[in-house]
Design a protein around this ligand. Sequence first.
Ligand SMILES: C[S@@+](CC[C@H](N)C(=O)[O-])C[C@H]1O[C@@H](n2cnc3c(N)ncnc32)[C@H](O)[C@@H]1O
Length: 319
Amino acid sequence: MEYTLKTETEFAKDVLAGLSAPQKYLSSKYFYDQRGDKLFQQIMRLPEYYLTKKEFAILDRYKAAILAPSISSRFNLVEMGAGDGLKTKILINHLQQEGADFTYFPIDISSTVLDELKADLQQSFTSLDVEPIVGTYKRALEQRKWENDHPTLLLFLGGNIGNFHYEQAVGMLRNVAESLKSGDHLLIGFDLKKDPDIILRAYNDAEGVTRDFNLNILARINKELGGDFDLTKFKHWPMYDPVTGECRSYLVSTQSQKICVKGLERDFYFEKAEPIHTEVSKKYSHHELEKLAAKSGFLVVQDFEDQDHYFTNSLWQKQ
Ligand SMILES: C[S@@+](CC[C@H](N)C(=O)[O-])C[C@H]1O[C@@H](n2cnc3c(N)ncnc32)[C@H](O)[C@@H]1O
């Protein structure tokens, strides 16, 4: 099959940079195509993936307290990386029951997931005002399509902030702070440091769904950029470092091999056992998240946690 050169897309540029680097890497934001979205939804239902269940329980139990500071007047509900909105629906449901006046702006890099979310919300909440924003966090924060005189509650759920190394998280949250007005709120999810076995199992489930999710990034390069990755020649390898709190996922080449990516007009060489770094999921201590809030211009209002203290939804206010 003929492949037109696709070197101008952001995906192509990032794949070229990542596979040409001395330590190969690919960004986890590219996991999420149509298949990746579905695999992630399967991951959320896995017994080992405690994050979704814990956050669901927190939002369900504390929804009234979490939303109390925002609910009194018209406001913007903005969500970074909304996905299928599974947990957000708990908050939206409460807001609708309370007769709150708001517009929901879900942001996501995956247009498929946003189309499905909008259709789903319009069916469940017929009067809800939804304005999806397709694009990266960075672009959405620059454009600020929700900007008006009303206060904003920005949601950053699901441990999405964990996909950034600490210094990158500071930069991202400073951008979030810049996009908000003084007094606006941010509800942010943090997976907390805990028994390494529990953490590692969440990224290495028995069924192998997380493995397929990790490998999907290579399938995507094959499909969209004309790559010839053989997925059976890469091994899913997650590891947890209790010092940094980073759970990092790799794809390790099981043999020396040459990969041709026609859309980039490039060959990439792998030595046997050479890794591609694909994802980080950083776990936080309370001390670290308080430091992060202060460094990025927020005050911690309150932490809402599950009974096992695995996860926290932290409500912050822009200073
Ligand atoms: C781990 S899922 C979490 C989804 C949802 N917030 C939840 O907690 O269930 C991450 C979502 O963020 C989106 N995403 C990841 N990186 C992104 C980026 N840099 N910009 C915009 N969306 C991104 C993905 O497409 C995906 O839907």
